[in-house]
Write a protein that binds this ligand. Sequence first.
Ligand SMILES: *Cc1c(COP(=O)(O)O)cnc(C)c1O
Length: 362
Amino acid sequence: MTATAEHGKGNFSAGPAVLPVDVLEEARENLLSLGDTGIGIMEHSHRGKPFVAVLEEAERSAREVMSIPDDYAVLFLQGGASGQFFQVPMNFLQGGTADYLDTGSWSSKAIKEAKLFGTVNIAASSKDRNHTYIPTESSYTEGSKYTHFTSNNTIFGTQWKSEPEGAKSALVCDASSDICSRPIDVTKYGLIYAGAQKNLGPSGVTLAVIRKDLAESGPSDIPTIMQYRSQIANQSCYNTCPTFGIFMIGLVFKWIGRQGGLAAVQQHNEAKARVLYDCLDSSDFWNTPVEKDSRSLMNVVWRLPNEDLEKQLISDATAAGFDGLKGHRSVGGLRASIYNAMTQEGVSGLVDFMKEWERTHG
Ligand SMILES: *Cc1c(COP(=O)(O)O)cnc(C)c1O
């Protein structure tokens, strides 16, 4: 099948997820020859001039799109967001205490790893109501090393509308599922990290934006590759970096620029999410467990009156070309992931399908 304007219309996968068709076409053109080098993007040495230019361009585009100031480094790492769950405490916890905001499965996994390196204070948690909301009250620790939160909860479908307030230490954010979905003020953070496979590119590369002085504050008696400082000193190429992933992230940042930047992307995301939430709110047939003001613009979750109906809808939707709607195996129900690259037409198509399905099964 060739890429067309229809590409990705029915792909509601939570990740790896739909990518912009322009980006995929550009990638295809460079598979056999990066520019006119005669060598494919995946075949270039990570130390050669052509790839170094790709890397520098990706960083430049990231800085432009996200307004990243010079006192922050842009890193392309490996090990996924899950690797950051331990790299962060390995560098910055060091037997001290860190504040963690527990808003769901990914936060909990980050907490589990942090406990290997020091004390975790759960400054706030939404566990009491099965993570269906974003907590507003927190109790932070005096002298904490950093404050970790998950900006968008991919599995439970909740999202922080803005950064948590009142933290007593540098904010560290797992932004894997809403990075670049809206403008943020990078200077409010010590570190932002995101596995690329939801909003930025293919799996296998992790974007990290880190304040340089924070990076420098880490210990130097941990493995070299685990020190943010050595990744900074080596421009993400302490070892062989994920070259193809970096190339793809660069293309995605360029694409975001062509959309009009993050403010335009946010408007687009709000419009898309509205269409789907309006459908879910329009009838008691659909049940949205998440509190309205905590709803995610990226991962929309809902339930049907019973699990048999849920199974039936997922199976009928799949047959009709709507893929990836099964809720995470830990929570069940349905979930539509509508990341940046999901189009308005894609969401409208799903909503039309759901309305018709409700008419015949409701
Ligand atoms: C997908 C996801 C992860 C896991 O990412 P990996 O790159 O697979 O480790 C972590 N956090 C959040 C919020 C996610 O959505």
